[in-house]
Design a protein around this ligand. Structure first.
Ligand code: SF4
Length: 289
């Protein structure tokens, strides 16, 4: 298999076949992200992709889930993507789902019929990094997709039958803009009504633009306790009708999971217990207090 490292995938795709379609991220501007800093964007050749599908199919004919890597495979137009999806469907007769990371633009620039064509070829889940609902925070971090675009993308995808898994980055507003981060993220999530939602906590990665801001003192990170409070306030504020929530990434200080709206109170109670010190937390969390 010709996978070029490093490879990044959501926790939920741990058992999926990772089909590398592009390398790196076509944007690669976000100042908090170090994922692909040393991996320039490129598109893999059709012959390499075909060889990878065939090789995996030789021993794993019953594959049900495929995750397209790297950072935004949907940057490819349908003319390139649909043949890959069709080939994947033919190679794995039991295939139930193809998923991919995407940015907002890659969805909003597509017509409804193009999105439907993706869905008809089993692309049924997209992972989209909202990070924050605040446009000022997104601008500060040089995120290319706007909040408005990402809200539109999630709704447009839903109309085509494609579910979204939205990722929020706790702490991205720093000390100064935490309130704005909470307020605007609540608003964006309520407008998105994503099928899946996850929280990650900001980890400042050495060598990134954000790390330089931290060194200069212009960006002050939240403490672990403040991150928990942000999580609490966002969960308290959202009105989600049918969303599966996970906050169990390694960056999070308190693992949480539940379904909105039924588990909202339970999630808030768990966070309250964590904030008050009633609940035993990870040792690394306690060191950070
Ligand atoms: S956060 Fe996403 S869009 Fe931004 S540079 Fe990283 S992979 Fe690319």
């Amino acid at each position: 298999m010709s996978i070029i490292e490093p490879v990044i995938r959501p926790p939920a795709e741990a058992s999926s076949f990772l089909l590398q379609v592009t390398l790196g991220c076509s944007v690669n501007f976000c100042t908090f992200c170090g994922a692909y800093k040393n991996k320039p964007f490129a598109v893999k050749s059709s012959s390499e992709i075909t060889a990878d599908i065939k090789q995996h199919a030789r021993w794993n004919k019953d594959t049900r889930r495929v995750f397209l890597i790297d950072g935004d495979a949907l940057v490819l137009g349908n003319d390139k993507l649909i043949p890959i999806l069709k080939e994947t469907g033919e190679a794995f007769p039991k295939l139930s789902r193809i998923s991919s990371y995407t940015n907002g633009h890659n969805i909003t620039q597509r017509s409804d019929s193009e999105l439907k064509e993706l869905k008809d070829n089993k692309l049924s889940l997209i992972y989209i990094g909202l990070e924050s609902g605040s446009q000022d925070i997104l601008d500060y971090c040089h995120k290319r997709s706007t909040a408005k675009e990402m809200i539109e993308a999630v709704n447009k995808a839903a109309e085509a039958g494609i579910k979204s898994s939205v990722i929020v980055l706790l702490g991205l507003g720093g000390q100064k803009h935490s309130e704005e981060h909470i307020r605007d993220t609540i608003e964006a999530l309520n407008l998105m009504q994503p099928r899946y939602l996850s929280f990650l906590s900001l980890m400042v990665i050495p060598g990134t633009g954000l790390a330089k801001e931290v060194e200069k003192g212009s960006f002050k990170e939240l403490t672990p306790l403040e991150l928990l409070k942000e999580s609490y306030e966002i969960i308290k504020g959202v009105k989600l009708n049918k969303t599966i929530f996970r906050s169990n990434h390694a960056s999070n200080h308190l693992p949480l999971e539940g379904t909105f709206p039924k588990d909202k109170i339970k999630l808030l109670n768990t966070l309250e217990a964590g904030i008050s010190g009633e609940l035993r937390l990870k040792p690394e969390f306690l060191r950070g207090l």
